[in-house]
Design a protein around this ligand. Structure first.
Ligand SMILES: Nc1ncnc2c1ncn2[C@@H]1O[C@H](COP(=O)(O)OP(=O)(O)OP(=O)(O)O)[C@@H](O)[C@H]1O
Ligand SMILES: Cc1cn([C@H]2C[C@H](O)[C@@H](COP(=O)(O)O)O2)c(=O)[nH]c1=O
Length: 190
């Protein structure tokens, strides 16, 4: 079972990934959770760039692809092959949204990724209004970074919602208490 949570910053992805992992573990399943960008060298460079200034659009896209290839080879495929549940906080749909918002064609980005990246069984788009999402980032104690500018987040949200009609995609309204959001995820999986 391969599950991905996506959505703009602050929608509650990390919170929900942990709760979902707890649920699977309580059923005796082995679970691997991970996130992109990863904590490997390409991912680290990308995280640093959020604070120090974004890379050129071309370099940024290239680094995300390199980071993902390594992630798939070293963690995602081995875990899936071993029958584990894999739950990711962001994947190539974020590249469609964020690098799409920088001018690349989201469909081309998707094709490039799907040439090497397995498609998840379930994709949850956690959806929240941009201002509410930015407020949550503030309440978490973080200042918004270069990836979290209002206009580009609005464009990202639009690209994410453009995926809504596909059969493996579930759009989840996260303007609700954490437990209610989690109940919706579990219901969709059941
Ligand atoms: N449903 C909710 N209602 C209110 N607050 C929430 C909800 N879900 C998460 N939060 C809070 O909002 C903040 C952002 O949540 P979280 O870090 O899980 O989001 P995220 O989507 O992973 O963010 P990012 O993409 O920036 O890493 C946290 O302080 C979290 O406790
Ligand atoms: C996978 C991926 C991520 N991003 C951006 C989106 C976020 O703003 C940051 C990651 O931060 P998080 O708060 O830890 O989720 O990276 C991107 O632009 N493109 C991608 O492919």
């Amino acid at each position: 079972m391969f599950i991905v949570l996506e959505g703009i910053d602050g929608t509650g992805k990390s919170t929900q990934v942990q709760l979902l992992a707890d649920w699977f573990r309580s059923q005796g399943r082995e679970v691997v959770t991970s996130r992109e960008p990863t904590d490997q060298p390409w991912g680290k460079k990308l995280r640093e760039s959020a604070a120090t200034g974004r890379l050129s659009p071309e370099d940024e896209l290239e680094y995300f692809l390199k980071d993902r290839k390594q992630h798939i080879d070293e963690l995602i495929r081995p875990a899936l092959d071993a029958g584990k549940v894999v739950i990711l906080d962001r994947y190539y749909f974020s590249t469609m949204a964020y690098q799409g918002s920088r001018g690349f064609n989201p469909r081309e980005i998707r094709a490039k990724n799907e040439a090497f990246a397995p498609r998840p069984d379930h994709l949850f788009i956690l959806d929240l209004d941009v201002d509410a999402a930015r407020e949550r980032i503030g309440a978490r104690g973080d200042t918004t970074n270069e990836f979290e500018k209002r206009d580009s987040l609005a464009k990202c949200r639009e690209i994410f919602l453009g995926l809504a009609e596909e059969p493996f995609v579930h759009v989840i309204d996260t303007n609700r208490p954490i437990a209610e959001v989690q109940a919706s995820l579990r219901e969709a999986l059941q």
